[in-house]
Structure formats: C-alpha cells, structure tokens
Design a protein around this ligand. Structure first.
Ligand code: ADP
Ligand code: G6P
Length: 499
C-alpha cells in the first residue's frame, strides 16, 4: 500500500495501456501510438475525465532495449507500465490470452489450445498486475480491472488489499457453460473473478452464463444476479454480475465528423476512389471473429450475380494488423488477402480495384472521414462482445445518411434495433441485406439513422462508466456523472493528482 495520503483514488488495470510503444525518436525518447481495439477506444475518454491511474503493458517486451518502466503522463492520463518478458508475451499474451481464452470465449470459432506453461505464465503475469495496482491504489480506492487477460487479478488484489472496492469488466463475451467447461482451469478463473465486488458484462446473457458457471463449477446458488462467497472476516460477501453495455464518446465522434477538415477529407477520399455510386465499408482488427471472409464472399457473389456492378460499387476493407505472431491470425491474413486478390482478379479493371484492402491502422480523423464516405457499413462479426465500430459509424453520420448492416452476434445488435440485422453465416441473407442497404432511399436511411443516433448518444461511454462505478461505489460514480454533464470527457486538465 502507498504511504498514507498517497496513491490514486481510481485505478484502471488493463492488459493494454492507452498507448503502444512505437520505437524511439531521434533524440532517444520513446515514441507512442494509440493501442488498437475497442477497450482503449472506450476507456481513454473516461480516464481523460478522471483523475486516476491506468496500469497496463506498454506493448513491447520489458527486456527489450527500449523498455519503459517508469510511470508517465500521456494525453491527459497517468500511465503506469507493467513489464512483460519476451517469454511472458508469448505465454501469457499470445498464448493463454489469445490462443486459449479468446477463441474459447468467442464460441470456439477456432480451436482453443490448452498448455500448462501458458497457464503458469498467465498466473505469474496476473500476479504482477495485481501487485502494480496494489502499489498505486490509495487507501479505500476503487480499482477497476478490465478484460479476459486479467481474470485472476480481482482475487489476488483482494488478498493483498481488502480495503479496496474492486470492479471487473469483461469486454468480450462470456461463453455458455458447455463451452467454458473445456477450460482445465475453470475453477481458478471463476474464483479469480469472484474477488471483485461487481462484475460487468456486455450482455445480460454473458452475466447469466457466468452465474451459471458459478453454480455448475463452484456450487454457488445465484440470487438476484449475485452469488455469496466466504469473506476474509469469516462472514459472507456478495458478488454481483450484471450487464453494462459499453459504448463510445459519441459527442467527440460527432464533433470530429462535423469538422471542416474531416468533411473535406471525406470528399477527397470519395474522389480518389473514382466517385463510385456506392461505397461499402468494413473496419476491423484483422481477427477471425469479425467475419471478414463472410462479407467478402457475399460481396463477390453479388458481383457474380450481377446484383452489384463492379464499375459502380467499391468495397473498402480496412483491416488493422492484430496479434500477428499468433498462428491463427497469420493464417487468417493469408486467407483474406487471397480472397481479395481473387475478387479483384475476377471483377477489377485497369485502374479500378473493386475491393480496396488496407492493412493499416489510421488516425481518428481518417476513420471519421471514412465513415462519412460509407453508404453502407458492414459489421459481420461471428461473435463480438459489443463492436464499437458500429456505434462510431452511427455517431459520425450527423447527416442522417447511410445504412448499417449489423451481425446479430454482436452486443451492439441488442441496442441498435434499426440496423439491418444479419446472420453472417447465412450468405444469402447477408447478400439480401447488402442489396437492401444499397438501394435504401434517403427517407428510410434518415428514419433508421435518427433512432440509431438517439440510442448511441443517450448511452455513451460516459454513461457506461458512470453506471458501472455508481453500482460499485456511488460516491465515485456520481463524480463521473458530474463531469460528463458538465461537457463531456474531452478535457485533459491536470492529471495524475493524488488523494
Ligand atoms: P475490437 O475491440 O474487437 O477491436 P471494436 O469494434 O469494439 O472491436 O473496436 C475497434 C476499435 O478500433 C474502434 O474504435 C475502431 O475505430 C478502431 N479501429 C479499427 N480498425 C482501425 C484502423 N484500421 N485504424 C484505426 N482504428 C481502427
Ligand atoms: C479487444 C479486447 C481488448 C484488446 C483489443 C486489442 O478489444 O477486448 O482487451 O486490447 O481487442 O487487442 P490486443 O491483443 O492488440 O490488445
């Protein structure tokens, strides 16, 4: 525990810091880029409006030459790095987190691998994160642990610091027991999570799956979305598991999309694409859960069938590089690039590629411009905790135009009822939805987009954080609410202040 009067009142612990190490500049200072993925997109505005610390891994091995180990401030946030060795990156991050848990929790779209050494690395790294959080949290602080990489942290932290209020949020689905039961360490994972006071999930079904796993594996009987577990003082402690659907900073995306620079950039992109009648867009991390292959297949068949014309339509697929050292991700990249090559070979002409495939990550301005260019946005995940891209598209469409095709297997589908819902495994159904989106008139686009925007703006990420923290600790939740009401989470201000 820090010395009396020291430490942070709110601590977020996530595998990723908001930024990822990107080499060193010519003066020898670390260079940073924003970390990929929805967790960082959601937490960044929340932490920019909070005085708190963010504990996480800076994205390169700690024994690398350019390792960063001292806390630093970035983008109005106080960041506390946790080092991983090259072996731990392999065993904990690429192995247990992304070779075991990620596929297991996403309905075994690819086969999870179970290796005892990976599990040992997972335990060791979770211990390090718990110790780092215990060191920076003030007496009686709120510690909010994030995501599947850190499921053991809540119990480890409670053992070290019983004074803390501990929350956990799972950004990805929690699988049905029949799938979860495969995990050789299922009891340890559940016991790790049960160290928290409050467990948040994306959908009510995820919370139910968790409670059911507690009943089946630990013989705990859930009552009113909670189970009781033994407490350190010999009494009982209540652990609640509920849905808190995550969201985006909708006002910030709206403001960005309205800026003259972004509008101009959107016009330029459309012109560079050859001013096609219809631009269809996909934006994802290059991940097998996203159904990118299904979407390209449907698009290609529509061209083959003559229902879309190659000279009038373009599919822009932006695929952020992700987890490139994990075998399944390498194979996926090869598959997708082969598929794109085939469609362009069959339907492209000199100077016109019908599928524009971009294996890069872009800045927020460019993303906002791309969303404005997209007449049709395709989100075809086979399983996705939430999918923030769908919400970003909606928030960027202040012109109330465009159509969103959305997989029913995303958390976002629960909220975005006016999107065109699809089962991405049903290629014919997906093709019909794409055609419906392409021919949709402006009146219908407006009607649907208004309702979608209402939902995304009313349930933004500030509200998500406020709801969660208020359920965990009403005094802290009220603070987040006050700041959101006063004008959003975009201010940076002085951060890193201590209690
Ligand atoms: P996941 O968390 O699984 O990656 P989400 O859709 O919830 O999926 O979040 C993805 C986040 O990453 C969004 O904020 C999206 O804008 C961002 N993103 C995805 N692809 C890119 C890209 N090529 N360049 C920049 N940002 C991207
Ligand atoms: C998803 C996960 C996050 C993760 C992100 C990017 O959003 O829920 O925990 O950070 O993907 O993946 P990466 O492996 O690059 O951190």
């Amino acid at each position: 525990m820090p010395a009396e009067g020291e430490g942070y009142d709110v601590v977020v612990v996530a595998n990723r810091l908001a930024v990822d190490r990107d080499g060193t500049d010519k003066d020898g200072h670390p260079r940073w880029k924003r970390s990929p993925g929805g967790l960082v997109t959601a937490l960044e505005p929340v932490m920019q409006s909070q005085e708190g610390a963010w504990v996480g891994w800076p994205g390169s091995p700690g024994d690398a030459e350019d390792a960063v180990s001292e806390p630093f401030d970035w983008g109005g946030m106080h960041l506390v790095p946790v080092s991983l060795s090259a072996e731990e990156v392999q065993g904990f991050y690429e192995g247990f987190s992304n070779g075991t848990l990620w596929p297991l929790y996403h309905d075994v779209i690819v086969a999870p691998e179970y290796h005892r050494q990976w599990w040992e690395d997972y335990v060791a790294v979770n211990e390090r994160f718990a110790a780092a959080a215990a060191e920076v949290a003030a007496e009686g602080a709120v510690v909010w642990v994030q995501d599947y990489q850190l499921q053991l942290v809540p119990a480890m932290l409670r053992a070290a610091r019983p004074d803390l209020s501990i929350g956990f949020f799972n950004h990805i689905p929690f699988p049905p027991y029949e799938i979860f039961a495969q995990l050789p360490w299922r009891r340890q994972v559940l016991e790790g999570l049960l160290g928290a006071d409050l467990l948040g999930f994306q959908r009510p079904g995820d919370a139910q799956n968790f409670l059911r796993a507690c009943r089946r594996s630990l013989q705990l009987v859930p009552r009113q979305q909670a189970v009781e577990v033994p407490a350190a003082d010999g009494g009982r402690r209540r652990v609640t598991a509920r849905a808190f659907p995550i969201s985006i900073d909708a006002a910030a995306m709206d403001e960005l999309a309205r800026s003259p620079e972004v509008r101009e950039r959107a016009r330029q992109i459309r012109a560079d694409l050859g001013d096609p009648d219809t631009v269809v867009l996909g934006v994802d991390r290059l991940d097998y859960t996203k159904g990118i292959g299904h979407r390209i297949k449907a698009f290609a068949e529509l061209l083959d069938d003559g229902l879309l014309r190659a000279d009038e339509t373009i599919l822009v697929q932006v695929a952020t590089p992700s987890r490139e050292r994990v075998e399944q991700y390498r194979l996926l990249r090869e598959d997708i690039e082969l598929q794109v090559g085939r469609v362009n070979g069959a339907h492209g002409t000199l100077g016109h590629q019908v599928v524009q495939y971009l294996h890069h990550s872009y800045g927020r301005e460019e993303m906002a411009a791309l969303f404005q260019v997209a007449d049709v946005m395709l989100v075809t995940s086979l399983r996705d905790g939430m999918n923030l891209v769908a919400k970003e598209y909606v928030a960027a469409r202040h012109d109330e135009r465009g159509a969103l095709v959305l997989s029913e297997f995303t958390g976002a589908a629960d909220e975005l009822g006016q999107a065109l819902h699809v089962n991405p495994h049903d290629i014919d159904g997906l093709k019909s939805a794409v055609v419906q989106a392409v021919v949709m008139g402006p009146r219908e686009q407006r009607r649907r987009m208004r309702s979608l925007r209402r939902r995304v703006f009313e349930h933004d990420v500030q509200r998500w954080a406020r709801d969660f923290l208020a359920a965990l600790r009403p005094d802290v939740g009220a603070d987040v609410g006050a700041e959101a009401v006063e004008g959003g989470a975009s201010g940076s201000g002085e951060h890193g202040s201590r209690s």
